[in-house]
Design a protein around this ligand. Structure first.
Ligand code: NPG
Length: 376
């Protein structure tokens, strides 16, 4: 099927959060993000595809940020796609290959590939679930709980999420907010599947403090050390009982292979946008599964566009732990698609053509602060 790309529209959105979300690196009160629409022609029919970009407005989670994504897309990534298209043979599966000459910028590449893949699947009438060969209909839903002002407040928030039916709790931690909140939640809920995420804020010097977490029967500790500290994660893993999980450090299938072979990761958090797209995400899943390394699907406060695609990805058999795929209402009062809801602790995998439901035009317009059209 020949796909002809006409242009990309990047919409800058600002969607208020139902409650501020505090991690070790920032407090977000609104999700500022880019949604991408590609206009294509497939066998003479106009088809558009949708993607979203994981980048935040500031480079605090990774080096990417929304204004940088716009810049690199306009100046470098989309011209490479235009050249590939002139030469013929451009498909969603080859987008990653043609964008390889540009170093890094994986979130930008991911959003572009996602939109093209969505258009291609829509044109073929195939759901992302079927494209991946997923046989599950739903995935278990976990929730990520931000850093709170006090332990009693944290316990209230966790109680609320458990009452909604979430199957697993992830607590954000940082120095000064680690052992006490974890102990309190574990004492209140002796059996709840519980894990922690440090977002790269500790150093190996903190090993003694982090080892105290071993007492609380955690599923995993996620990314305690810096992104480029793979060796130090391996050393920390040797002195902790809690399984080591990497997020920020795993940016590709190659780095996943390194992490696994070095003993730096017993578990991997797969975020498609962090690793350059859903196709690389699937490759990481495949490598991890071949090594017997568990994976789960992380979240970047996705709208319904990315949330639906993440749910499908998380249906693959190696995703054996609940992901950060919560209901849309965890973050947003109003989403740009039909909201995802919890059904007995599960999120249903979309079955319509493409990666996601098309966003509602009015909802999208309501959250849009700027629009950028780049012809290809
Ligand atoms: O459920 O979408 C979600 C959020 C899960 O905690 C979450 N994401 O470090 O994993 C993370 C964190 C994050 C959010 C990271 C936004 C970067 C941007």
């Amino acid at each position: 099927m020949a796909i002809i790309i006409k242009d990309f529209t990047f919409s800058s959105l600002e969607i208020p959060l139902v409650t501020p979300f505090t991690t070790s690196f920032s407090t977000q009160t609104a999700r500022k993000m880019l949604v991408v629409q590609v206009h294509t022609e497939v066998d003479g029919t106009s088809v558009s595809g949708w993607g979203e970009c994981g980048a935040l407005a500031e480079p605090v989670y990774s080096e990417e940020y929304t204004a940088g994504v716009l810049d690199v897309s306009e100046r470098f990534l989309l011209p490479l796609l235009a050249a590939a298209q002139r030469d013929g043979g451009l498909t969603a599966e080859t987008v990653g290959h043609y964008l390889e000459p540009i170093v890094g910028h994986r979130m930008a590449k991911s959003a572009i590939e996602m939109a093209v893949l969505d258009a291609q699947l829509r044109a073929a009438g195939v759901s992302f679930k079927d494209y991946l060969g997923v046989t599950r209909d739903k995935v278990p839903s976990g929730v990520s709980v931000g850093i709170q002002d006090s332990v009693p407040r944290l316990l209230d928030v966790v109680d609320g999420y458990l009452a909604e039916g979430y199957q697993r709790i992830k607590l954000k931690i940082k120095p000064g907010w680690d052992v006490d909140p974890v102990r309190a939640v574990r004492e209140a809920h002796p059996d709840v599947p519980l894990q922690v995420d440090a977002n790269a804020t500790y150093t190996l010097v903190d090993a003694a403090q982090l080892r105290k977490l071993d007492a609380y029967d955690l599923l995993l500790i996620e990314q305690p050390l810096a992104e480029d500290d793979m060796r130090q994660h391996a050393e920390l893993a040797r002195v902790m009982r809690t399984p080591m999980c990497l997020d920020e450090s795993v940016v590709s299938a190659a780095s996943a292979a390194d992490a696994i072979s070095m003993g730096a990761a017993a578990i991997i958090n797969i975020k498609p946008s962090r690793v350059g797209g859903y196709l690389e995400a699937r490759r990481i899943h495949d490598i991890a599964r071949a090594h017997g390394t568990a994976v789960w699907c992380g979240g970047m406060l996705e709208t319904g566009i990315g949330r639906g695609a993440n749910a499908a990805l998380a249906g693959l058999p190696g995703f054996t732990l609940p992901g950060d795929i919560s209901a849309s209402s965890r973050f947003y009062e109003h989403d740009i698609t039909t909201p995802f809801v919890l059904e007995d602790g599960f999120i249903r995998i979309p079955t319509g053509p493409g990666l996601c439901e098309e966003p509602n035009a009015d909802a999208l317009a309501g959250f849009t602060t700027a629009t950028h059209v780049f012809p290809v």
